[in-house]
Write a protein that binds this ligand. Structure first.
Ligand SMILES: Nc1ncnc2c1ncn2[C@@H]1O[C@H](COP(=O)(O)OP(=O)(O)O)[C@@H](O)[C@H]1O
Ligand SMILES: [Mg+2]
Length: 254
């Protein structure tokens, strides 16, 4: 496989019972890039990310077929451990979801503790490191033992990003990470994503075209479960090849 490719999705399909929600998606993701996914509501964007984080299968009646290769392994292989997969492909959700009744510090290090890491100095160092990467350290360094839920919405989302980064996943999925936030908090997360791509590969669903154009290197356009067009974002937003893409990005449909 091309050295630049971190994640290679091949013929990915997902169903809810008989409903075919994600249809034969093939797409490879390059290291250190931000990849936006856009498309009308209900076109399968969240389902696609949830497949890559091995959580779609938790819905009763749900099914997946196809492959997603990372480190030479198919994440859907029956032998692949979903917990291991999530250490390689982390996910940040639309609504900030810090663990309740847990301090800021505990929220960040929980993944490491679950891996059996106990050394306090290491955990503290990692907490600081991840909170810095999530651009939250300066705001919380004096109150690490406060409840994670006591933070503002924008801070909670950055806490969730820090929690995701703690286990150092090479790929980070984000499902509309700024849609529940005000413009200032959203701008902070956008800046942060550009920083993150130095170390990670980000796949981000957004309904905000300006955001996708600003922050992403590549954009995929989904309609009714299908990948209609994908290209450099600079191309998609200035010279889309398909009429459906053009109609969507100019606000005529969706
Ligand atoms: N738990 C579920 N059970 C049945 N159908 C679902 C479920 N979740 C989502 N769907 C359907 O799958 C399709 C894709 O949904 P989703 O991936 O959430 O779209 P998007 O994130 O692009 O808005 C939609 O038609 C939606 O109604
Ligand atoms: Mg969604």
């Amino acid at each position: 496989m091309n050295q630049d490719i971190i994640l290679d999705v091949k013929d990915l399909n997902a169903w809810f019972g008989n409903f075919h929600a994600v249809k034969s998606i093939s797409k490879s993701y390059k290291k250190n890039t931000i990849n936006a996914i856009i498309g009308p509501s209900g076109c399968g964007k969240s389902t696609y990310l949830r497949c890559l984080n091995r959580i779609h299968e938790e819905v009763p009646g749900a099914k997946v077929s196809g492959e997603a290769i990372i480190d030479g392994q198919n994440i859907f292989d029956p032998k692949a451990d979903p917990v291991e997969v999530r250490r390689k492909i982390g996910m940040v959700f639309q609504k900030p979801n810090p663990f309740p009744a847990m301090s800021i510090y505990e929220n960040v290090v929980i993944g490491l503790k679950l891996q059996g890491i106990k050394k306090k100095s290491f955990l503290l160092e990692q907490a600081e490191n991840c909170l810095r990467k999530a651009a939250l350290w300066d705001e919380v360094k004096d109150k690490l033992n406060k409840d994670g839920m006591s933070l503002s919405g924008g801070q909670q989302q950055r806490l969730c990003i820090a929690r995701t980064l703690a286990v150092n996943p090479p790929v980070v999925l984000m499902d509309e990470p700024t849609s529940a936030l005000d413009p200032i908090a959203s701008a902070k997360i956008e800046d942060l994503m550009s920083e993150l791509k130095k170390e990670y590969t980000v796949i981000v669903v957004t309904h905000n075209m300006q955001q996708a154009a600003r922050i992403s290197d590549y954009t995929s356009f989904f309609v009714l479960g299908e990948l209609i067009e994908h290209n450099l974002s600079s191309e998609i937003f200035t010279r889309p090849k398909m009429k459906q893409t053009e109609d969507y990005i100019t606000g005529r449909f969706g």
